[in-house]
Design a binder for this molecule. Structure first.
Ligand code: MN
Length: 131
């Protein structure tokens, strides 16, 4: 039996950058009992604006395949504004090269889609439970 680990991320704000509403809903469900505040934008330009204008974002989940500005470009722009903000890329399972490109663009880490609850929560914990 494996118990689902509970995380307390109240007071934390997570920005989800995702153009697909179903994918967003899934991540939102995973975070439901964590206490984290969840923000959602659907394209790279909005993601950069959000990170520029909201000082309290603790972590960004960046979809790589976005309309117009790619997740790579958005990450580069966010990284130039926020040196220490954790950015985790969501890469397509088959696109192995995307992982390396994500890290090169300034992401701290990546998660392959389809994203599983346990993998997701463990990975976020690594960046949200640092103190
Ligand atoms: Mn997408």
């Amino acid at each position: 039996m494996t118990a689902v680990q509970q995380h307390d991320w109240s007071g934390k704000t997570i920005l989800i950058v995702e153009d697909n509403e179903n994918n967003y809903d899934l991540l939102k469900t995973y975070l439901k009992n964590s206490g984290a505040k969840v923000l959602w934008v659907q394209d790279g330009d909005e993601a950069v604006e959000m990170c520029r204008d909201h000082q309290n974002i603790d972590l960004v989940l960046m979809d790589i395949q976005l309309p117009s500005v790619s997740g790579f470009d958005a990450t580069r722009q966010i990284r130039s504004l926020k040196k220490d903000l954790p950015i985790i890329a969501q890469t397509a399972f088959a696109m192995v090269g995307d992982r390396e490109k994500s890290l090169a663009a300034g992401c701290d880490d990546y998660i392959a889609k389809p994203i599983r609850r346990q993998t997701f929560l463990s990975k976020l914990a690594r960046y949200l439970e640092t103190e």
